[in-house]
Design a protein around this ligand. Structure first.
Ligand SMILES: Cc1cc2nc3c(=O)[nH]c(=O)nc-3n(C[C@H](O)[C@H](O)[C@H](O)COP(=O)(O)OP(=O)(O)OC[C@H]3O[C@@H](n4cnc5c(N)ncnc54)[C@H](O)[C@@H]3O)c2cc1C
Length: 220
């Protein structure tokens, strides 16, 4: 029998487009390694993986869920409201933050909801472990209406001089005065000292393939 835990929905707020900020509260303290995910029971035959986006307190954690795919999991998440109970397994997964790997620069490449596990890693590195390594987050979204957490990461950038945030839109509309294009193109010209860098990648398969190629060619 799978070992399910029960959590209560504290918040289910749409941040932008179909990106949901879902906060769950567990019955007993919940601990995870930054980068891990939980597997939520959608129905008797379907479980969906969602990365932990951050810790609010010992019993509360956040998920960032894009319901754009529109499948059964997306429909389930769309309907959740405060007070609802969800069953989940976890934390699970091995893509975790490794601050002791010798790298002096950490690059985080994300598109869409791929930002979720990287946010948890960045928060842990800066706030919990107080790292003095250079951390750079690239976040790729499509449209102006998709933008979320930009204020949060800009504030984090102001608070920590070793954290740098780059938001890039691939299909911006007229009023956008930020960077347009693909995060991999920007990283290609901006990455410093690639041989002493580590890169964490999460998002679309296309971006991930391109990011691996770009960083490998630079010698990371
Ligand atoms: C380790 C792991 C961590 C994950 N973390 C997150 C997370 O933090 N936030 C999050 O929103 N999702 C995350 N996902 C994806 C999530 O588990 C679901 O696969 C996704 O939300 C679609 O679920 P669904 O039930 O709505 O669609 P499904 O019924 O599974 O699929 C419906 C349709 O959408 C397509 N589809 C499936 N997944 C995607 C996708 N990601 N983008 C576009 N189309 C898709 C399918 O091909 C299908 O046509 C993660 C997946 C894994 C494996």
């Amino acid at each position: 029998m799978p070992n399910f835990q029960t959590a209560t929905v504290i918040k289910n707020e749409v941040l932008a487009a179909k990106f949901h900020d879902l906060v769950l509260q567990t019955e007993t303290p919940f601990s995870f390694l930054p980068g891990q995910f939980v597997s939520i029971k959608i129905n008797e035959t379907k479980m969906n993986a969602y990365s932990v986006a951050g810790k609010l307190n010992d019993k509360q954690f956040g998920l960032l869920i894009d319901t754009e795919p529109g499948g059964l999991g997306s429909q389930y998440i769309d309907k959740l409201k405060p007070g609802d109970k969800v069953e989940f397994m976890g934390p699970l997964g091995h893509m975790t933050l490794k601050l002791d790997d010798g790298a002096t620069n950490l690059y985080f490449m994300s598109t869409g909801c791929g930002i979720a596990p990287l946010k948890a890693m960045i928060e842990a590195a800066l706030v919990e472990y107080k790292t003095d390594k250079q951390l750079t987050l690239y976040l790729g979204l499509r449209h102006c209406n998709d933008v979320f957490w930009d204020q949060y990461f800009n504030d984090l950038q102001n608070r920590f001089t070793n954290f740098h945030f780059k938001l890039v839109l691939s299909k911006p509309e007229g009023a956008w005065c930020g960077v347009a294009g693909h995060i991999t193109d920007l990283a290609k010209v901006e990455v410093k000292d690639p041989a002493n860098s580590s890169v964490y990648i999460c998002g679309s398969v296309r971006m991930a393939d391109e990011a691996i190629k770009v960083f490998e060619e630079m010698g990371t």
